[in-house]
Ligand binder design. Structure first.
Ligand code: UP5
Ligand code: MG
Length: 189
């Protein structure tokens, strides 16, 4: 990232697996800065950027926004931050995201935290979230699950083949999941 040295952990897992929830806990205990790719894209829509409408349409369909857009937002956030430890939540979502991020930033993740959760449980969580997300309806949720299995799981497999994946059972209550997460970050820090 230019001459800024950074430590990056990718936080991956299906829609509603608890990425955002656990990242908030990690920030509190381990001094990382949380960068949710989805949050950055939603902020971009709100800011009225020229890509806003395109991003909004893609999120509504559960599709993956072109990597150049997402990578630019992530790069900018890392450069603007005082911190050098980042949790990148919900990215990379496909092979192209992964390869382009490596190519553009030269950043290799320290490890990948993978939240493993059943679709049944994730669906239940998303339908009761009630935060007004345009993609939290059953039609879009089904599309998000399909894209996750077809495009995002292969990225987890790629890192698994490099022994970089730390898999967590994310189907348990929030505090129990965080106990397992703490175990991983304590070893690391
Ligand atoms: N909850 C959390 N943990 C729980 C637990 N252990 N037990 C019971 N309940 C639990 O949690 C979801 C809900 O479940 C919350 O109400 C929470 O309280 C509860 P949350 O922590 O928000 O889960 P998270 O995994 O963050 O779910 P999210 O919906 O954010 O995941 P997505 O991956 O679907 O969403 P994201 O924001 O990353 O992406 C949205 C869209 O943006 C994508 O579909 C895509 O269109 C686009 N996008 C890109 O194109 N490119 C990117 O790089 C990123 C996003
Ligand atoms: Mg999230």
């Amino acid at each position: 990232l230019g001459d800024k040295q950074v430590t990056v952990v990718f936080v991956l897992g299906g829609p509603g697996s608890g990425k955002g929830t656990q990242c908030a806990n990690i920030v509190e205990h381990f001094g990382f800065t949380h960068l949710s790719a989805g949050d950055l894209l939603r902020a971009e829509i709100k800011s009225g950027s020229e890509n806003g409408t395109m991003i909004q349409n893609m999120i509504k369909e559960g599709k993956i926004v072109p990597s150049e857009v997402t990578i630019k937002l992530l790069q900018r956030a890392m450069l603007e931050s005082e911190n050098n430890k980042f949790l990148i939540d919900g990215f990379p979502r496909n092979e192209e995201n992964r390869a382009a991020f490596e190519e553009v930033t030269k950043i290799v993740p320290e490890f990948v935290l993978f939240f493993d959760c059943s679709e049944e449980e994730m669906e239940k969580r998303l339908l009761s979230r009630n935060q007004g997300r345009e993609d939290d309806n059953i039609d879009t949720i089904r599309k998000r699950f399909k894209v996750f299995v077809e495009s995002s799981l292969p990225v987890v497999e790629y890192y698994n083949s490099k022994s970089k994946v730390k898999k967590i059972d994310a189907g348990k209550p929030i505090n129990e999941v965080f106990e397992d997460v703490k175990g991983i970050f304590s070893l690391f820090a």
